[in-house]
Ligand binder design. Structure first.
Ligand code: PMP
Length: 290
């Protein structure tokens, strides 16, 4: 049996979940989205994800047409209908159907859909032995052009970064700002640990404010690690003791090689492993039941 998808107020079979070719989400990538996880029948931090979704929608002047509470309830209902205990949840809001021009005012009603699926986890090997990454040739969009804080449906900047990763023989690529500072990876935030201090770039450098990143900062502080937001150049990453990525799908993944250079001892670091343990406990306890 196929999974049911919430689409514009109704639940439909996934094969029937279709949207118009005139939807500006398709024509222009005009819309916003979220990726959320459910662990053991609890949605992990839905309020934070929905705040980010609604803030992004506000920034592009997109009216979602549902309250945050209603949307959260629909997420839970979709999960219950599909009887999923653990899931990856994709919430998408597009500008809706319009004409072939750009004008968002021609789109009278947003399209809202929720896909819940079994989570396709990254290979275990990444978590045990760590990941290699390369620096992308493609720079991260400057906030003045398309603010990376908006999790918009227009992911071409990230896709170009991902192509750089593939060309470099890796799964992920580090994206730099126009002036050469570390921003984030194509679908994850980045942290380093140097002399026991946990650091991540400030989000206003031009990166998504990751929900996982926020959770890891809390965990680092609560567990007595020194933490700081830090502007960093790639050289600081090469010299770090440890490096790891954070994201909803990836959770916390150790990075052991950057641009062919080993980070620290070339294996997942002790602070990274501790934070991975704390994060595992957090997702099991800090969610909204459905
Ligand atoms: N940066 C980018 C560009 C992303 O797409 C994501 C989400 N996959 C992240 C960072 C991590 O954010 P979160 O922890 O909220 O999933």
């Amino acid at each position: 049996m196929g999974l049911k998808v919430f689409l514009n107020g109704e639940f439909v079979e996934s094969e029937e979940a279709k949207i118009s070719v005139f939807d500006h989400g398709v024509l222009y990538g005009d819309g916003v989205f979220e990726g959320i996880r459910a662990y053991n029948r609890s949605v992990f931090r839905p309020e934070e994800h929905l705040d980010r979704l609604y803030d992004g929608a506000g920034a592009i002047r997109l009216e979602i047409g549902m309250s945050k509470n209603e949307l959260q309830e629909k997420i839970c209902e979709t999960l219950r209908l599909n009887d999923l205990d653990n899931a990856y949840i994709r919430v998408v809001v597009t500008r809706g159907e319009g004409d072939l021009g750009l004008d968002p005012r021609k789109c009278k009603k947003s399209t809202v859909f929720i896909i819940t699926d079994r989570i396709a986890l990254y290979p275990r090997e990444y978590y045990i032995n760590g990941l290699s990454i390369v620096t992308a040739k493609t720079r991260r969009n400057p906030p003045e052009a398309l603010n990376p804080r908006i999790k918009s449906l227009n992911y071409m900047n990230n896709i170009l970064g991902k192509i750089d990763a593939i060309d470099g023989g890796t799964e992920e690529a580090l994206m730099l700002t126009m002036d050469g500072y570390v921003a984030e990876c194509t679908g994850d935030n980045i942290f380093i640990v140097t002399a026991g201090r946990v650091m991540t770039p400030p989000n206003d450098v031009g990166a998504l404010c990751g929900i996982t990143q926020g959770a890891v900062i809390e965990l680092a502080r609560q567990n007595g690690f020194e933490f700081a937001y830090e502007m960093m150049k790639p050289e600081q990453l090469y010299e770090a003791d440890e490096c790891f990525l954070t994201g909803t799908a990836a959770e916390i993944v150790p990075v052991v090689r950057i641009d062919g250079k080993a980070v620290g001892a070339g294996k997942p670091g002790e602070v990274t492993k501790k934070l991975m343990g704390f994060f595992r406990e957090l997702v099991e306890t800090d969610g909204v039941r459905y």
